[in-house]
Design a protein around this ligand. Structure first.
Ligand SMILES: CC(C)(COP(=O)(O)OP(=O)(O)OC[C@H]1O[C@@H](n2cnc3c(N)ncnc32)[C@H](O)[C@@H]1OP(=O)(O)O)[C@@H](O)C(=O)NCCC(=O)NCCS
Length: 253
């Protein structure tokens, strides 16, 4: 029987907030040369060929824009080189300021060391300081590492259906969001609830585990009021041998 890890997820002991102590420093970059290095690193981590022409980087600079008060770029360096990074863009939506967290990457050699969590925390702090009430990101439905890491950072997954300007991306991406109006850490996931949901497929209950490949079932659960809370790897739960999304029924506010 596979052993369930005692504390695999975002409990108060291992939320992004508390992982900071052993973290590398995060730097905000402003100059164009640093931004070029950031875009180059990001493209390589998106699976682009390692040889990226200068002209391609210039196109990215034009397409994505330069740093400004509303678009800020944060990185982690090692031996002077950018090895991880992400952007935070302030946007106005329905009279509310929200922060889009995008373009994140961690170089393969540095993955699994909480660099992502540290960068998320820095960007959330910047977003809060700027008055954002919500932070969000868009995550490809098949990007297990990104889905796993963003839920560890306290973001909930839901459908893009309720974001009219982005609905065209609904087939490919989930909406990941985190409320910034409370200073409390993200709510704790109770393993007893997760374990209790194994083998159940009941939309009238409060917890669900759905195979990450079953995108239709996940969208149906979103429609029924569930939000994605975590992505389990195979064998982290008894008898669960697929990458699986754990969802909870969202309480009506
Ligand atoms: C997304 C990204 C920043 C996350 O970096 P990271 O937090 O250091 O994490 P990892 O890449 O090690 O993966 C996160 C987790 O997913 C797991 N994972 C990754 N791929 C997996 C797979 N195919 N099956 C099962 N688990 C997988 C890892 O084992 C790791 O597990 P852990 O939480 O137990 O440590 C990094 O993977 C990356 O730069 N990817 C390429 C760019 C990208 O996709 N950006 C996101 C755009 S939204």
């Amino acid at each position: 029987m596979p052993r369930v890890r005692d504390n695999p997820i975002r409990t108060q002991e291992n939320t992004g907030e508390l992982r900071e102590a052993s973290s590398p420093p995060v730097e905000e970059i402003t100059g164009d040369n640093d931004l070029r290095e950031f875009y180059r690193g990001r493209e390589i981590n998106r699976g682009m060929p390692t040889k990226i022409l200068d002209s391609q980087v210039e196109k990215l600079m034009q397409a994505h824009g330069r740093n400004s008060e509303n678009m800020r770029t944060f990185v982690i360096r090692q031996e002077g080189k950018i090895v991880a990074g992400g952007q935070m863009e302030l946007q106005e939506s329905s009279g509310q300021t929200r922060a889009y967290l995008g373009k994140k990457f961690v170089n393969p050699d540095q993955r699994g060391q909480n660099f992502d969590a540290v960068l998320v925390k820095r960007r959330l702090d910047a977003a809060r300081e700027a008055g954002a009430k919500l932070a969000y990101s868009l995550v490809e439905k098949t990007n297990i590492a990104a889905l796993r890491s963003i839920t560890k950072d306290g973001f909930d997954l839901s459908s893009l259906e309720h974001q009219p300007e982005m609905e065209h991306l609904k087939e490919k991406e989930y909406f990941a969001s985190r409320d910034l109006t409370s200073n409390n850490p993200p709510s704790k996931i109770e393993m007893a609830r997760v374990l209790g949901s194994i083998g159940k497929a009941d939309l009238s209950g409060n917890e669900l585990l759905i195979d990450l490949n079953d995108k239709q079932a996940i969208e149906e659960a979103f429609t029924a009021g569930f939000v994605g809370k975590f992505v389990f790897k195979p064998k982290e739960l008894p008898q669960v041998d697929r990458v699986t999304m754990y969802l909870e029924k969202e309480l009506k506010k």
